[in-house]
Design a protein around this ligand. Structure first.
Ligand code: ADP
Ligand code: G6P
Length: 483
């Protein structure tokens, strides 16, 4: 039976060694959480990096990792410490990530890291080629593997290859600064279908292809060598049922079943009828607008002092890429800002910001989503942002308000949220006030529409539409050859 092979740098599980034993956790991040349910239902395998380097693995540990990974229908690509330093922390996260998120000032162009990027993409290709059979489909994901489609296509031209980018594709003016731009585009064009979250990212990509490679582009089809490459947008959804049902069963929890976190959240909610929790959840990443959010919250408390002791910002930041200096700087800045705001406004009975810097189990995420009357999601640039969608899915009583940055891909499908520019503190402060005071009927009207849309365009549907479109490319390819 033909299968679909998913390939991404990060597997849905992440392996760590703690006290000489393996610790296996689910991966955080939109790609892994989103694709997980699609993978669980399919018959294919998922190829990626376990999170450990070859140097960390002795024979025994390696066997254990393989056992766990195989159980999860995955296969690993072995990466050395040098690969991780130069490919993952290096080129992927010091070059492509900042460049594609418009952080030019953070972008490094380093030839050795580019070489490492090519080497590691080849390592991924080798594992894929070992696992592939005639008739299989390969679905490659994200910015760490932009060269992989071509590496597979060159060796196995009859393989159907899809590629999906989970982050923004920047405008031509940004992309043209990239020293290896032609090679990168050729790498991507090894795919038969290229998918993006939004029409804008798709448009930017097509513009780069036209202007840099001077290829013929008709509507959303690129004539490339003897093939046609199709480009389209597929906004990624969430496993709606999983979040909604988890929130429903949460409602029926008895006091003894409640987590400690839930009990503390309840204490705040029960403190008074107009007390509100404002939630944010992100990886600790400079694209997420965390310092902006804290500054805007401080501005809000100064502008509208009547909300002191009433509202609390609950901020969950999950550690991410902490070997990259900009992430370390962001962590320091966040700690300082939280300290400043709490120092300035706290009273004996109230702390304005609750700040957690850690990963949390799924049940605690649901505690947070279901207890917070407002979600404040303010990225300065974000490919999609699934947290915004997860929050809406958990609002089983159709109450709650989502404040969402216009710079998140999700804003394109979530017009009923309160959309803001994360750099405009005045607007942010006023929107927070608006959200706190929004009448229940209006909350419900907005949430219902959002929920309906999210339910319809779930992650399963997203994968199904991508696959359908990928299968259709086989027909287009034939038409062109016949001409
Ligand atoms: P990104 O992909 O940039 O990290 P998204 O908002 O698209 O941003 O996806 C983040 C995903 O990671 C969500 O599915 C969210 O539930 C999950 N997540 C975020 N923070 C945590 C955390 N502290 N613990 C567990 N999962 C988390
Ligand atoms: C974003 C990226 C993913 C990445 C995730 C977590 O969602 O699009 O490719 O896996 O962040 O980042 P990490 O570096 O830990 O894999």
């Amino acid at each position: 039976m033909n299968k679909t092979i998913i390939v991404s740098n990060r597997l849905p599980l992440q392996v760590k060694i703690e006290n000489n034993t393996l610790n296996i956790k689910p991966s955080v991040g939109g790609l892994a959480t989103g694709l997980k349910s699609v993978h669980e239902e399919g018959n294919g395998i998922w190829i990626g990096w376990s999170g450990l380097t070859e140097e960390e693995l002795n024979k025994d540990l390696s066997n254990q990792v393989n056992k766990e990974v195989t159980k999860a229908k995955c296969a690993t690509v072995p990466l050395t410490q040098d690969d991780v330093d130069n490919f993952y922390f290096g080129f992927s996260n010091k070059t492509l990530w900042p460049l594609f998120h418009y952080f030019m000032e953070y972008t490094e162009f380093d030839n050795d890291q580019w070489e490492a990027y090519k080497t590691v993409n080849q390592k991924f290709a080798d594992v894929v080629l070992d696992n592939i059979e005639d008739g299989d489909t390969v679905w490659v994901h994200d910015y760490q593997l932009l060269l992989l489609p071509k590496l597979i296509k060159d060796k196995k031209p009859n393989t159907t290859i899809g590629f999906f980018l989970h982050i923004p594709y920047p405008s031509y003016e940004i992309f043209r600064t990239f020293p290896w731009r032609e090679e990168l585009l050729h790498g991507m064009l090894g795919a038969d279908l290229l998918g993006f979250h939004t029409y804008d990212y798709e448009r930017h990509f097509l513009s780069s292809v036209k202007r840099i490679l001077r290829l013929d582009v008709q509507f959303n089809e690129i004539s490339y060598l003897d093939r046609v490459v199709k480009v389209d947008s597929f906004p990624m959804g969430i496993d709606y049922k999983k979040f909604h049902n988890a929130a429903l069963s949460h409602l029926n929890q008895s006091n003894t079943e409640k987590s400690e976190l839930q009990k503390r959240l309840d204490d705040h909610i029960q403190a008074g009828p107009d007390t509100k929790l404002i939630l944010s959840i992100d990886r600790m990443d400079y694209t997420k607008g965390i310092p902006n959010r804290i500054r805007a919250f401080e501005y809000f408390l100064n502008k509208y002092p009547q909300f002191k002791e009433k509202v609390r910002l609950v901020m969950l930041a999950v550690p991410s890429r902490s070997d990259v200096p900009q992430y370390q700087k962001l962590k320091r800045e966040t700690d300082e800002l939280v300290g400043r705001v709490n120092g300035e406004f706290s009273t004996v009975s109230w702390t304005p910001i609750w700040y957690f810097y850690r990963s949390m189990p799924f049940d605690n995420l649901i505690d947070l989503y279901t207890s917070s009357q407002i979600a404040l999601i303010t990225p300065v640039r974000d490919g999609m942002n699934l947290v915004a969608k997860e929050y809406v899915a958990t609002r089983v009583n159709q109450d709650g308000v989502l404040i969402l940055s216009e710079m998140a891909g999700a804003s394109k499908e979530m017009n009923e949220a309160l959309l803001i520019n994360p750099n405009n503190f005045e607007q942010l402060a006023d929107t927070l006030k608006h959200a706190i005071e929004m009448p229940a009927e209006e909350q419900s009207k907005r949430i219902k529409i959002l929920q309906k849309r999210l339910q319809r365009y779930s992650v399963e549907k997203w994968a199904e539409e991508f696959m359908k479109s990928l299968n259709d490319t086989k027909k287009i390819g034939k038409t062109i050859v016949a001409k």
